[in-house]
Design a binder for this molecule. Structure first.
Ligand code: HEC
Ligand code: HEC
Length: 298
């Protein structure tokens, strides 16, 4: 019976150790979530008020990708709500009850959130990919903010975000950047100096938004969100979009039809990319011709 007692102690030891690891995970991730950031004073930027700029702000809200998480009305949504994953809601950006616009009184408040990922209380926003918006020009940023401020009020009733064990484990493993303010260099971030035009440089600016799903190398190797669809290789390799003409590329990203006639899943935001201008599509196409061709992983 001695052996059973020893086994019993081993099992007990493992349970205690497992519990300690989980506690450590909760303590360390909670500390990171609650950390505050010293952000240099964020200057206000002039916000346009004319109808054309607001319409452009809406187009940017859709094509830069805010809509994917904050919804077309800007009211936010519950993005996850299950024990293992936790509860995550994107913010209500409007001036309705529970909306950020009530708290964000000057344009610099919006810029601090969108470019630095820091909320008014000095903490990092959670799962808000501000690191992808750091390069937005002031011209684009100001139109997005002006549009967001013009949204019809939506009332929301979200609970505070609370991450579950699986997401905390992924967070600890460093697989995903969940706290934008942690990865942004607050001293040096700033808008890119780039002019609108069908140029490689402008295409590089625009393609930052493609990298959030297609991965930093745009080779489609970034894992999709749980249950999502694997993004495609969009490098100029023959297993990517190497042989595609500009017209074929345009049809694919604006109507969701590949050169062979097959359909692209709307997990690829082509329904919104129908609002990209010809200049933007050409710039992205030109830029994609210049990046490193990578063979698709099979
Ligand atoms: C991948 C999803 C995602 C995308 C894309 C996204 N957001 Fe967010 N955003 C979030 C989440 C989640 C939060 C809530 C963060 C929190 O509660 O800590 C948030 C919070 C915010 C906040 C802070 C509001 C507050 O309550 O203090 C602002 C402002 C904001 N987002 C603006 C934008 C804008 C503008 C865009 C597009 C340029 C955008 N977001 C794109 C997920 C996203
Ligand atoms: C929200 C995530 C997301 C964003 C942002 C995104 N894509 Fe995609 N894209 C996908 C997914 C997922 C697929 C694969 C769809 C499928 O398999 O049907 C895809 C497929 C494609 C395809 C089809 C390629 C093929 O061989 O099938 C092209 C082209 C493409 N994306 C280009 C772009 C460009 C250019 C951008 C930026 C302007 C972009 N995508 C931004 C998710 C995204």
């Amino acid at each position: 019976m001695k052996i059973l007692r020893i086994l019993g102690f081993i099992v007990l030891g493992l349970v205690v150790l497992g519990g300690a690891l989980v506690s450590y995970m909760y303590i360390s991730t909670t500390r990171r979530i609650n950390a505050t950031y010293e952000v240099p004073e964020v200057a206000d930027i002039a916000l346009p008020t004319d109808a054309a700029s607001l319409a452009e702000g809406q187009r940017l809200f859709l094509t830069v990708g805010c809509v994917g998480c904050h919804g077309a009305n800007g009211g936010g949504m519950v993005m996850a709500d299950e024990p293992a994953v936790g509860y995550v809601a994107s913010s209500n950006l409007t001036s309705g009850s529970g909306g950020a616009a009530n708290q964000y009184t000057r344009s610099g408040d919006w810029v601090r959130a969108i470019r630095h990922g820091v909320s008014p209380d000095g903490k990092s926003l959670l799962l808000m990919p501000a690191q992808e918006f750091v390069n937005l020009t002031d011209a684009d940023m100001s139109k997005i903010i002006a549009y967001v401020q013009s949204l019809e009020p939506v009332d929301s009733n979200f609970e505070p975000n609370n991450l579950g064990p699986i997401v905390r484990a992924v967070f600890m493993a460093g697989e995903v950047d969940m706290l934008a303010a942690e990865v942004i260099d607050h001293e040096t971030v700033g808008p890119w100096d780039v002019e609108v035009g069908s140029t490689v440089e402008y295409g590089e600016y625009l393609a930052v938004r493609c990298a959030s799903c297609h991965g930093p190398a745009l080779d489609g190797s970034l894992p999709p969100p749980p249950g999502g669809i694997q993004p495609a290789n969009i490098t100029p390799h023959e297993t990517g979009i190497g042989g595609w003409t500009l017209e074929e590329f345009k049809t694919a990203i604006q109507t969701g039809t590949r050169p062979d006639g097959s359909s692209i899943d709307p997990a690829m935001p082509w329904p919104y990319y129908s609002q990209l201008t010809d200049t933007e599509v050409e710039a992205i196409y030109k830029y994609l011709q210049t990046i490193e061709p990578v063979a698709s992983a099979e």
